[in-house]
Every structure is written in C-alpha cells, then in structure tokens.
Design a protein around this ligand. Structure first.
Ligand SMILES: [Zn+2]
Length: 366
C-alpha cells in the first residue's frame, strides 16, 4: 500500500526532460523529514485563546499576544509540554531535565512579532525512534523498519495568509497554536519508507491522544530533505555536499510524489556533472512539481537567542509518564497480532481500524 510504483505514472513532468535517462548512473537516496504536528490542546501555546480549527470565522480566537502587539507577554501552556513528553516517552527518547525557549527571528506577514518562539538547543525531546513496517523487496512483502529521530521540539505556529485576487488577508486563528516539529536523522532511502513513517507517526500521535493530525486541516505538514549519494560517497558513508529541502507538503501521497520528483530532478543534474544547488523548494501538488524558493546564498539567518519572556522549564522526573501508562502503542499491537499467527496485512488492518481490532480482541477473549 505504500509502494511508489504507481505514483511515477501520474506525474506531470512539465519542467523535467524525461528523455534523459536519470538512472544512467547509480545513486543512493538520503531522506530526512521534518513533520509539523498541531497538538490538540484546548488553548494556544503561549496565550489563552482557543486552539480550534475555524476557517469560516477568521480572526475569532485572537488576543494582543497572538496578533503580535507590543508589550503582550507569552504564558506557557503546560498541557502542550505534557503532550510532547508523552510522544517522547512513547518513542523511547531522552526527556532532558531542562528545556528552553528561543526566538527565531524573521519577518513575514503571517508572523507580525518579527519572530517565532521555538526551541533551538534544548528541545523537550531528544533522539528516540519510530518502529513500523514497510513494503520493500516486492508487492506484499512487509518488513520491520526503524527511523531514528534527532529531536522533537515545541513552537508556536504562524498565522495563515489567504490570497484572493490581488489581495492577501491574514487569519490569526492559527497564530501561536502549538506545534511539535519532529525531526528525523537522514536515514530513509525511498518514498515508500518516508510514506510509511509519516503514516505511523500520524497513527502514533492519534493513539497517544495528543493530536488529531488531520492533514486536510493542515494539522500535519511535511518538509523533506533529500540528496543523492554517489557510489563512492555511499561506500565511504559520506553525505553529499548539498541537500534540497522541499516544503509545503500536506499529504502522504504528495510526500511520495515530491520525493520521486526530486530524485529524478537531482539525478538528471548529477548525470550532467552538475551538483544540485543547496536550496529550499516549494511543492506544488496541483502541478506535480517543485519551485525554487530560496538558494543557499539567501538562506535565512534566524539569529536565535534565548526567549527573554519565558523561564527555562524544569521537567520533574517524577512527573514523567511511564511507557506502560500510555497504553498499547500501534507497533506493539501489530506485533502482538503477528505473534498470534496473523499475517502483516490483517494485523495492520486491526491496528489502523481500531474498532475492527477491538472487535477481534473481544471475540478471542470470550
Ligand atoms: Zn491569543
């Protein structure tokens, strides 16, 4: 179900010359993902406005802080930290005793403060891994797979810009809503792994009750870092000198398409002896292509510095939930069914469709 085979046929390669065989040389794909997930707290991250999806009533849930007015001070929503910690415990990550907030400075019309409150050096969650299964080596051949995480940190979301004709409007309902950014190590090598990883991450945060992770509502969004290793780099375990970040990916299918697109784009350049530019590109799912947004030369310098309006947060060891208290997690449940002799597809159906799994559990225990 995660196979990219059918994806490639549906591409609109209007900016790629597909007459050039992109695989005339062998390359090894290196993928790291950054996933933004909106937490389902009642209120926003640093103010008491409601954290709710309300696109039909723009600028309903706003206050002086989340509209960036001078002198308005942030107040930390502890529930957002607790939900992030639940994720950290579930993925066997390190939860540091101290976590700190940093200002990420940039101006954009959807961020009127001129900065975003994020976490730079001391995130709530460090490391960890997500275990799941991926279809590789043939149709219907599913194998266990693990993705190592670098970190997961908390930050306030930006507002939303709405473009209509030659006008642009700002909806601050989303401004300062709590996001966790989950960052993987560069450990994935194809679209199937990346698509299976984000599917499992969505299932995990829903199971933990920390996010609805509804991609149609923008509650889960992906940035994909991808580069291609040459045979020599692969053999010496060296990463390429560049990487390309594709932003604005809003669905699992779009993630798969953007990866296949980027592999072919970079391979065509490498075949011509050109090293792809280190750059940020924006994915246009309607057109099936990506467009340059920023090159290395105009890369942002965010000038992170410690947020002066928030204290360093001490996380008491006694307050950490135990792994057992989180309930049965998706991959453990899958493994339990497989240990009972069910094949992967059936086991996975019982995990993905919780009511079917619960019914099965109730029948076998009767
Ligand atoms: Zn507010």
């Amino acid at each position: 179900m995660y196979g990219p085979k059918s994806l490639i046929d549906k591409f609109n390669f209007e900016t790629l010359d597909i007459s050039i065989n992109p695989m005339s040389q062998k390359y090894y794909t290196v993928i790291g993902l950054e996933t933004h997930i909106q937490l389902n707290t009642v209120t926003k991250l640093f103010c008491s406005c409601l954290n709710e999806y309300s696109p039909n009533t723009p600028n309903k849930n706003i206050c002086p802080f989340c509209t960036g007015q001078m002198g308005a001070l942030p107040q930390l929503n502890q529930a957002a930290v607790q939900k992030t910690i639940r994720l950290g415990v579930a993925i066997n990550a390190k939860i540091p005793e101290l976590t700190r907030w940093d200002r990420k400075n940039y101006f954009y019309p959807d961020s009127p403060n001129g900065y975003q409150i994020s976490q730079y050096e001391n995130p709530v969650v460090e490391g960890g891994q997500i275990n799941f299964w991926v279809e590789e080596g043939g149709v219907g051949k599913f194998q266990p797979f693990s993705v190592q995480l670098t970190r997961a940190h908390l930050e306030g979301d930006a507002a939303k810009l709405l473009h209509s004709g030659n006008k642009t409007m700002v909806d601050f309902n989303r401004s300062n809503c709590p996001l966790i950014e989950v960052v993987t190590d560069p450990v994935m090598t194809n679209a199937a792994q990346a698509m299976a990883y984000v599917t499992e991450l969505q299932l995990l945060v829903r199971t933990l009750g920390i996010s609805d992770a509804d991609m149609d509502k923008g509650q889960m969004r992906f940035d994909c870092n991808l580069s291609l290793q040459t045979e020599e780099q692969f053999q010496s375990d060296k990463l390429p000198s560049y990487r390309v970040e594709t932003k604005n990916i809003n669905s699992v299918r779009a993630l798969g398409r953007s990866i296949e697109y980027e592999i072919i784009r970079q391979a065509q350049l490498l075949d011509q002896g050109i090293t792809p530019d280190q750059e940020t590109r924006g994915w246009r799912d309607d057109k099936g292509l990506s467009i340059t947004q920023r090159s290395k030369e105009d890369a942002m310098d965010y000038r992170y510095f410690p947020e002066p309006d928030l204290k360093i947060l001490s996380i008491d060891r006694d307050d950490l939930p135990t792994l057992a208290s989180l309930g049965e997690l998706p991959n453990d449940k899958r493994q339990r069914y497989i240990n009972m002799g069910l094949n992967y597809q059936i086991a996975n159906t019982f995990v993905m469709q919780a009511n079917v799994g619960e019914y099965f559990d109730s029948v076998i225990t009767d």
